[in-house]
Design a protein. Structure first.
Length: 185
């Protein structure tokens, strides 16, 4: 992994002049909704400040890396939400600028020790749309969960159900599924 990181850092330095790197930086931003305030918090693995004033946000993964399709569909909103937080000043005034790059670094140490996955392949309009949609999607979700009659589903989208889910375990989904199967026989 170390060799891959060194090689990847050298390649990154060849393309962009950095003015700073922040790591493990915590931030918050308040989202005002009708009648209430919602606080979004995050800890970013790495934010690069480029000399031209833009940001790159990188997230290190040792396991599963969300696809661009998942990110664009709002199913993996972490990086776009962190970019929205940066633009809103959630990580401090010096980082209150537009984000130009979202990248996952998958670090495995295997045959392929690491892999960098650049989201939106540098297409700024798609990146900006994903950042905007992530924050709008969060606002819609907050509003939906604020509805008193809203039921909270353990598996709201079965096609994207994670392999392990604390919510499904708490809702006893496996037990209820078995009971439903027994009733059918």
């Amino acid at each position: 992994i170390a060799d891959w990181v060194v090689e990847t850092e050298q390649q990154r330095r060849g393309g962009v002049v950095l003015s700073g790197i922040e790591t493990e930086i915590a931030g918050t931003v308040d989202i005002q909704r009708p009648g209430r305030r919602f606080r979004l918090t995050a800890r970013v693995d790495r934010i690069e400040r480029w000399a031209d004033g833009r940001l790159a946000i990188l997230d290190y993964k040792t396991g599963f890396v969300p696809s661009q399709k998942m990110v664009a569909a709002g199913l993996a909103p972490q990086l776009p939400l962190e970019a929205a937080m940066a633009e809103a000043g959630g990580f401090g005034p010096e980082l209150r600028v537009a984000t130009s790059e979202l990248t996952y670094w998958q670090l495995t140490g295997g045959v392929e020790p690491g892999k960098a996955t650049l989201l939106f392949k540098g297409k700024e309009s798609e990146l900006l749309a994903a950042i905007d949609e992530a924050i709008r999607g969060l606002e819609r979700l907050i509003d939906q969960y604020d509805e008193p009659a809203r039921c909270y589903l353990a598996q709201p989208n079965p096609a994207w159900t994670p392999r392990f889910s604390d919510h499904a375990q708490l809702a006893r989904v496996a037990e209820w599924s078995l009971a439903a199967e027994e009733d059918e026989t």
